[in-house]
Design a binder for this molecule. Structure first.
Ligand SMILES: Nc1ncnc2c1ncn2[C@@H]1O[C@H](COP(=O)(O)OP(=O)(O)OP(=O)(O)O)[C@@H](O)[C@H]1O
Length: 257
């Protein structure tokens, strides 16, 4: 786990002339699950968008697999990295067709999916647990079902690097664990994952490293246990972290002064 697949060097970015992220440097290592945490509005989604080349940089540089981000064609980029964004449009199409969107970078001029594409789509729907709703219109699904359909699309894209912005939103607690376990499985099958999670206990349990952000800056990148021990999460979120040794579970309570 030493090779960097994604490197941010002193980047700044934002919207229009409004700078949101300032001087961020970060290496994402091949094969890791790196989770971004931080208070609302600190810039986590903005960082993922910059990495997925959806926002121009105001300063600095991002390298993907040793190449500058700008040097990738759109198709090449889509074969290397997939993004599950936080907010998405909801087209009135069947789940299966949405998941097939993940195969677009691989289709030829005819845009007709081949055998491999169909297999990848079927496999992704199975993994994400949406195979039985493949003919359902996206607009007829619950928030959680739709979230899984989008995750299937990202899986079908079959990239080495996957960006997930709050992959567990809209999901009940049981489904959250299902999705986190699926993410862990994808990681063990060689995917590098960069994701945003709000649940600190989940972040501590499912990540190899955690990047803590505040007000557009990166405060620390540490392994879960080390980060938990440091007390930084308590300071940044105004909470108190606990470790229940018997259950091997982290939990957080309000900070009592
Ligand atoms: N399209 C946009 N145009 C202008 N400002 C934006 C846009 N998107 C986000 N921002 C601003 O950028 C800042 C960072 O937003 P971002 O969504 O990256 O934060 P976040 O850490 O992901 O937040 P959350 O935890 O609430 O999802 C916020 O102040 C937000 O208002």
């Amino acid at each position: 786990m030493t090779e960097s697949v994604l490197t941010f060097s002193n980047i700044a970015t934002g919207y229009g002339s409004k700078k949101i992220l300032e001087d961020i440097s970060l290496n994402v290592k091949r094969g890791e699950i790196l989770t971004l945490v931080g208070p609302n509005g600190c810039g986590k989604s903005t960082l993922l968008k910059a990495a997925a080349r959806q926002l121009p940089l105001m300063a600095g540089e991002i390298m993907l697999f040793g190449r500058k981000l700008d040097d990738f064609s759109q198709k090449e980029m889509a074969k290397q990295a997939a993004l599950l964004p936080q907010s998405r449009s909801i087209p009135g199409i069947p789940v299966e067709q949405l998941v097939l969107h993940g195969r677009f970078p691989y289709l030829g001029l005819s845009r007709r999916p081949g055998k491999e594409d169909k297999e990848k789509v079927a496999e992704a729907m199975e993994l994400a647990g949406v195979a039985d709703m493949r003919h359902r219109d996206l607009r007829s699904l619950s928030g959680g079902e739709r979230q899984k359909a989008y995750l299937a699309m990202v899986i079908a894209q079959d990239t080495d690097l996957i960006f997930l912005d709050e992959p567990t939103t809209y999901l009940d607690i049981g489904k959250q664990f299902e999705i986190l376990e699926l993410i862990r499985r994808l990681n063990r099958e060689s995917k590098t994952i960069v994701m945003v999670l709000h649940d600190l206990a989940h972040a501590l349990t499912y990540s190899h490293r955690i990047a803590v952000m505040e007000k557009g800056r990166l405060l620390a990148v540490q392994q879960p246990e080390e980060l938990f021990q440091s007390g930084l999460l308590n300071d940044v979120f105004g909470v108190e972290g606990h470790w229940a040794a018997e259950e091997k579970t982290y939990y957080f309570t309000p900070h009592h002064k």
